[in-house]
Design a protein around this ligand. Structure first.
Ligand SMILES: Cc1ncc(COP(=O)(O)O)c(C=O)c1O
Length: 379
């Protein structure tokens, strides 16, 4: 193992436990679709799948898929798109393409801390700027101004945000662009939750095109409920796409052919996409009707800023135990997995999924409630 390697803590606890626990409330997407549900949008594709030769596909993504992705990004063509194995590869390529040891990066927190670990492993100098829990997770512009300097090579945001579900307001987006432009830094905008809005049917607008150094990442994993297809993407200026593509050849060569050539273009067809997003929002909105009262019933211990998007809630708790210990206690005593706040850069919180079938969700929440009450009474 390389010296001083920082593992990706959140994915570590998830890969250790998600297949083991009785209730997995750590997944951040809506309940996944079945293959049959997706193919029902075009049953003729079944035959095409059976006839497909399982060779490599296009390394950069099938042309039809690159076009299908580009249509959702203003001003983009297929040449602005690289298809990757999930958004996780997409983000990884951006960090490893842009950063060298000693380069500075500014990362929004709380966040999915992939970039935090990758930047450390590269030897980059990390700073954070925050979403403010006391102002409904609004962007703390002052902290961003401090974190970004002339040396900053990359600024990373997640919008809608994992884990809080905060969507940057127009003026917050303007601030991100203004601060980035001033420093000349690239912006990586991870937009995997766009389409999973809870309070509106309007898809969160991309930052792509707002400034000439924006790279948007996305995937079919969260808002589309199709993580098993392992399809992600990057949208960026053409020269940047070529630089990212060269790294992609070292890492994965190409995404799986059946996903890239057949299933992902289907999911991205405008009418299918609308229908999939409606399904996702229904899971999120239904789940919320169970989740919000559950938090309210535990208000002596729990509080929450209602998420604007995503199938997850970032719940603040008032117990002395740190969030990682608490998560392991939930695994041990209730066979339930959640995401500990410390793994998102904010202690004293738990990230809990609620975009799930109600019986499953309620059973998991009941178990969490039992453990929390036990811990409160022990104290
Ligand atoms: C914000 C964010 N980005 C990227 C990913 C990676 O997802 P995938 O590789 O399945 O697209 C995740 C997964 O949880 C995520 O939450």
């Amino acid at each position: 193992m390389p010296r001083d390697f920082q593992p990706f803590e959140l994915e570590r606890i998830m890969s250790e436990w998600e297949q083991v626990v009785a209730y997995n409330l750590s997944e951040s997407g809506a309940h996944p679709m079945r293959l049959g549900e997706l193919l029902a949008y075009d049953p003729s594709l079944q035959e095409r799948m059976l006839e497909t030769e399982l060779g490599y596909g296009y390394a950069e993504g099938a042309p039809s898929l690159r076009e299908a992705i580009a249509q959702y990004y203003p001003g983009a063509t297929s040449e602005n798109v690289l298809v990757t194995v999930g958004c996780i590869e997409a983000n990884y390529l951006v960090y490893t393409t842009l950063l060298q040891p000693g380069d500075a990066v500014a990362i929004q927190t709380p966040n999915y801390l992939q970039g935090w670990g990758v930047a450390h492993n590269i030897g980059a100098e990390r700073r954070t700027f925050s979403l403010d829990p006391d102002r409904g997770w609004a962007l703390d512009i002052e902290s961003m101004e401090k974190a970004v300097t002339d040396k900053t090579r990359l600024i990373a945001v997640c919008n809608p945000n994992n884990p809080t579900g905060h969507i940057l307001t127009t003026s917050e987006q303007d601030a991100v662009v203004r601060i980035a432009e001033k420093s000349g830094a690239w912006v990586l905008s991870d937009e995997v939750y766009a389409g999973a809005e809870r309070e509106t049917d309007t898809v969160t607008p991309t930052l792509y095109g707002r400034y000439d150094r924006v790279i948007a990442s996305g995937s079919l994993s969260k808002a589309y409920g199709l993580p098993g297809l392992r399809i992600g993407w990057l949208v960026a200026p053409k020269e940047m796409i070529r630089a990212l593509w060269m790294r992609h050849e070292y890492l994965t060569i190409s995404a799986a052919k059946l996903s890239s050539h057949i299933l992902a273009p289907l999911a991205l067809r405008p009418d299918v996409r609308d229908s999939i997003f409606a399904r996702t929002r229904q899971y999120i909105r239904n789940g919320w009707t169970h989740f919000a009262p559950w938090v309210e019933n535990h208000r002596d211990m729990l509080s929450l800023v209602a998420p604007q998007a995503s199938a997850i809630a970032f719940v603040r708790y008032r117990l002395k135990t740190d969030s990682v210990t608490l998560a392991h206690r939930l695994i041990r005593d209730a066979s339930v997995l959640i995401g500990p706040g410390d793994h998102f850069g904010v202690p004293g919180h738990l990230r809990i999924s609620y975009g799930l079938p109600p019986e499953y969700l309620l059973a998991g929440l009941n178990r969490i409630g039992r453990v929390l009450r036990g811990m409160r009474d022990e104290a």
